[in-house]
Design a protein around this ligand. Sequence first.
Ligand SMILES: *Cc1c(COP(=O)(O)O)cnc(C)c1O
Length: 373
Amino acid sequence: MNIQAQLQHTLKNIKKASNLFLGYPISKDFDYAPLFEFLKYPINNVGDPFINSTYKVQTHEMEREVIEFFADLFRANANDYWGYITNGGSESNLYGLYIARELYPKAMVYYSESTHYSVKKNIHLLNIPGIVIRSQENGEIDYEDLQNTLQYNRHKPAIILSNFGTTMKEAKDDISKIKGILRKLAIQDHYIHCDGALSGTYGAFLNDRIPYDITDGADSISISGHKFIGSPIPCGVVITKRSLRDRVSKGVSYIGSLDTTITGSRNGHSVLFLWYAIKHMGVDGLKARYKHSLEVAEYCKTRLCEHGIKAWSNGGSITVVLPKTSEALKDKWQLATEDDVTHLICMPNVTKQHIDAFVEDLIREKKTEPVLV
Ligand SMILES: *Cc1c(COP(=O)(O)O)cnc(C)c1O
């Protein structure tokens, strides 16, 4: 195949795969075409976004605006926040855990068994001893198990990895309950990182609020930019307190900046996407996206239950959990499946028509007719 043909072939496959897509938390309803010109430049946000670096082909100013937007959404202290745009939620988690370890080198990290796989790898990379805590049936951390485990180790500082939207069931751990346990056991040296990859972006809009943000007691929060907001390039955000990041910063004269980030060179284009998105959506736009997703999730649950499928979701969650589907359906709709459950995630681009099409497939299957691909 020549170059042109190969590109066409790949594009065709991507378009097709992108059409039938209900299982992963990826928004597809974006149009960043007005930013096309920027692809002609080697944008690199190397260094700390809040410090003027010697390298000028960058989008630091926009990065600071994005950070300010999320710091505000996560109710950080306006005089004590910091953050940067990462390559995704995994790097954001690594950053939170990195600060935690720098603050408390002798700490143990506690995380539930529903925690994303990136966390286990991160704590391995950081060489922090960790303990897995049981999850409840709905995917939320088992607070009793957390308390008992902390009690045995109360002589050590504690790092808690709290989930705000687990990968499979979109369960949300309650930071105020976690804080309550730490208080009861008088563990003063503690750090809480909130992994809000998907749900962190709309956590502020839940009808029945679940404590998760900086005011609630998190020391850092991570989200993925390509999930709820949507981006052609994976990206993420990490928000923490300036006073905490000051503990890990080191000056580097070669770039004329502080080496406060995990990677050296950093993607300056994804910053543009996130900036463009929040400028267009604003808080109200994000709220509207969440409301739409929630409605579609409710619709999805109702339709599935009508057909005798035991579908459910956690409160305020846009992820619908159902018993494991057949391989054919899983394949066609790219449904993530783990143990005995499958999930559908009603991202902002998912409509009731998509749900209807999926339900139709289920009905055909029940009648033992083959799924149409
Ligand atoms: C997706 C996800 C991550 C990882 O985010 P990436 O952006 O893919 O690196 C971490 N935690 C949870 C709960 C996730 O769902």
